[in-house]
Design a protein around this ligand. Sequence first.
Ligand code: ADP
Length: 602
Amino acid sequence: MQPEIPKKRGQLRDTFILLFIVISCVPILVLGTVSLYSISNTHKKNVSELEKQTLIVSEEIINAFFNEIIDTISTKFDSLDQSNLQGSDVNWQQIYAEKFLQSNSAFSQISFVSNEGKEVAKYSKFSKSGILLNVSDSAMFKSAILGKVTISDVHSTLRGQTVTVTAPLFVDGKIFNVVIAEVSLTPLISSIEKVRLQNKGYILLFDKNGTLISSKNNSSNTQHKYISWSRLSTTLQGASLDALSPDDVYVSPVTSLPVVGSTRLIPDINWVIFVEWPLSESGLLVENFRHTILISIFISIVAVLIVASYFAYRLVRPIRLLQNATKEIERGNFENNVVITTNNELEELGDSFNTMATGLKRLEELKNEFVYVAAHELRAPVTAIKGYMELIFDGSGGSITPEMEHLLSPVRKSNDRLVNLVNDLLKVARSEAGKLEIEISPADIRKEITAIIDESRPLALKRNVTINYTPQEDLPLAMINIGSFKEVIMNFISNAIKYGNDNGIINITHEVTDGMLSTSVSDNGRGISEEDLGHLFQKFFRAPDVKSTEIEGTGLGLFITKELIEKMGGTLSVTSKIGEGTSFKVSFKIAKGPIILANSAN
Ligand code: ADP
């Protein structure tokens, strides 16, 4: 018996698909990852560059604002001459203060301070007069009297954030007075707020104390000191941040938005400009790219999978066809031609396989012919020996002595076995040559079964086997060939006795279903393993555990039985469990209408 080939379904196909996927997808994935990496790197640099440009623009706006303030003061005073200053009836401070206030809306108050530190005149945009103070102790005055322009820290007033600009007033190259100007930052803030990075990027402005000067529509924040914020303190120490480091992506404490930000210090006034670009906009471009790349990778992988599956199918299908054809040949069917049209080596292999199958078929035919001729030639002599043996044992040639009987009995037994074997071989050869012709007609199988049981009685008695059979009264007629049917049932019963236990029980029952009349022959004998069940109807098959016993047999009975049943248009099934018993079930069509004659020969 051939060992069962373990099933390895789909392995070649899976390996091929896997290989295809690895070869195709690895470059796709590497390319995708590299693209993603370089795109996000380039994007980072672009963001940094855009933010830098925005910071430069903001710085220019701030510088321009203060330059204009300082220029205004300087230009106007340069045009004064000594005569103007001497004329006691001319209030020159008022004239010039009004000019300043009109020339730049940021001026809210102008004071003129004598070189001794006493305010000599004060003009406000909003109130007529003010108390004149002595500012000789103020650091800004001291600095101005030494010739320096000073811009104070930001302070909040009722009219918004303000700085004080203190500048010396030069006349003829000498410091003549000091001018103290209160400058509102409101125009500067509104200019800064107009600076935008695309739609959502905005500017934040802090003074050196961490006071928020300009803020994105959030005036309450302006009172807040942000000096402890590390980004601000780092920038105040001179380090500009450029949106390239991972720390430059953060949640803004001012707007609570996730942003990518850069900073810049304005050295002269020690203010810090922040540009913050919400990720919802700054990341949009790279996010779109990422999506496009991921979708492309996904589509590529799906396409690779489809293509790989198609090629795997094309590769594996011919192999499967060859595999199935091999199984058919194993079952003795040589007619199945393999059709492979791949136009390559596989097609050649298919053609070679077909040639091999034709050769095997010819061999099988030769073998059958040989078996048929040999069995045919053997039948005459062994049948003659059988006849003469019967005559000898009948006493036709005179009485035989016990010694002669002792010597001749084994000869008779062996010859009987030989006759059975030769008859079986002839049937097999006939069946395989298509010469087995069987006619079927309606018959009452109860009568035939009862006759077979009677014939089997002596064999059953030897092993004390009980055969239970109660013929049902209303059983329909079945379409069978009586001789073949008897041979089939006889084989089942004799096997049930042979492979059953001493004192065993054989049950014969009927069943009528779907136009078929079934007969089951069940025993409680040794049973057949699941593996052996698959080979039960093959020629010369005998279960390994049976071969090692003294039970005689050729392994042809069930093969012939199956052939006979099929020729009669019936079906056969078997169920068995080792140690519990076996049940053979044979079903034939129930007879109806006129008598049908079937000739299955081809
Ligand atoms: P033979 O009986 O001549 O060996 P068969 O074709 O009738 O040949 O049976 C083939 C094999 O099937 C037997 O050798 C035996 O191993 C197994 N077999 C058949 N019938 C039974 C049964 N009723 N119980 C157990 N094994 C059986």
